[in-house]
Design a protein around this ligand. Structure first.
Ligand code: NAD
Length: 266
């Protein structure tokens, strides 16, 4: 059973009110608040969960989400079910569903290195109207020469987010893979790309190799947050060893959720 928790809310009155109610009930039920909690409860939307992941990710922590707006992929309990979820947290042992994350290792021209985990995606794109140029390598070997707006690398869970808007495939969130998507690539006699998304398995590595540049023309976004990384030399991206645990107090109907979000008529 869950013994320690954290609650993160979107900050709007409804989310705040539910978060306060949960906090009171869980403390009364004998649970305690911890910086490395057994359970992170996200109240708001998918973006709230992404923030919870940034703030509290730990391989042994589980995450559960309640939405106070529209139905989400991470926030899969509705506000009308808030009492049911609270009771489940207090009384039941959740099943843990483990989903892959991706890891990005950024090497800067200064020699500095930065490492990030992503739950949805890593986007590397040109900051301006100018195109971005780089070589794409797979497992150390040159694969293609890219010139275009950017490259997005998505986790399976992120395949229903930004990746979907770029015509990426929807991938079941438990499959150990990552999807690489081109953003407006130019194909000519010098720059040539596959012009399709690639799906790489675990233990394979994607490397983006940038030519030397003087300006800060590249922008990096991870799970919807911008990271100021100046003069990137190369980026290695792979499926991470670490996974995220989702606390399932009931089955998460992934394909039903895909149907509801993308196919259902309103
Ligand atoms: P936001 O407020 O811009 O919301 C973006 C939307 O993406 C929301 O409707 C959210 O519910 C949805 N979303 C987030 N993760 C999802 C997932 N795994 N599956 C399905 N839908 C998902 O920003 P936010 O709420 O902070 O979310 C950040 C995410 O927004 C980024 O990680 C990126 O995936 C997405 N995004 C999408 C686009 C696009 O589609 N053109 C552009 C920028 C960011």
């Amino acid at each position: 059973m869950v013994k320690t928790f954290q609650i993160i809310d979107r900050g709007d009155p409804k989310s705040r009110e539910i978060a306060e109610r949960y906090k009171k009930s869980l403390l009364k039920g004998g649970l305690t608040i911890s910086q490395t909690p057994d359970l992170v409860i996200s109240i708001g939307g998918d973006g709230t969960m992404l923030k919870g992941f940034r703030d509290f990710y730990n391989p042994s922590t589980a995450f559960v989400g309640l939405h106070t707006g529209t139905l989400g992929f991470y926030a899969d309990w509705s506000k009308n079910e808030s009492e049911l979820l609270l009771k489940s947290i207090l009384q039941e042992q959740p099943q843990l569903e483990k989903c892959p994350l991706i890891k990005g290792e950024f090497k800067l021209q200064s020699g500095e290195k930065k490492e990030y985990l992503a739950m949805n995606e890593i986007v590397i794109k040109s900051k301006s109207i100018s195109t971005m140029i780089l070589d794409v390598k797979i497992n150390g070997e040159k694969f293609e020469s890219f010139r275009g707006d950017g490259i997005l690398i998505s986790t399976p869970s992120g395949s229903t987010a930004y990746s979907h808007s770029l015509w990426g495939s929807v991938i079941h969130p438990t499959i150990e893979a990552m999807q690489v998507i081109e953003m407006a690539s130019i194909n000519n006699s010098v720059f040539r790309t596959l012009n399709r998304s690639l799906v790489l398995p675990k233990n394979q590595q994607l490397m983006l190799d940038f030519p030397e540049h003087d300006d800060d023309s590249i922008i990096v976004g991870i799970d919807g947050k911008e990271y100021p990384l100046n003069k990137i030399q190369a980026v290695n991206i792979s499926v991470a060893e670490e996974k995220i645990n989702f606390a399932r107090y009931r089955t998460f109907p992934f394909w039903k959720r895909v149907m509801e979000k993308f196919l259902k008529e309103y």
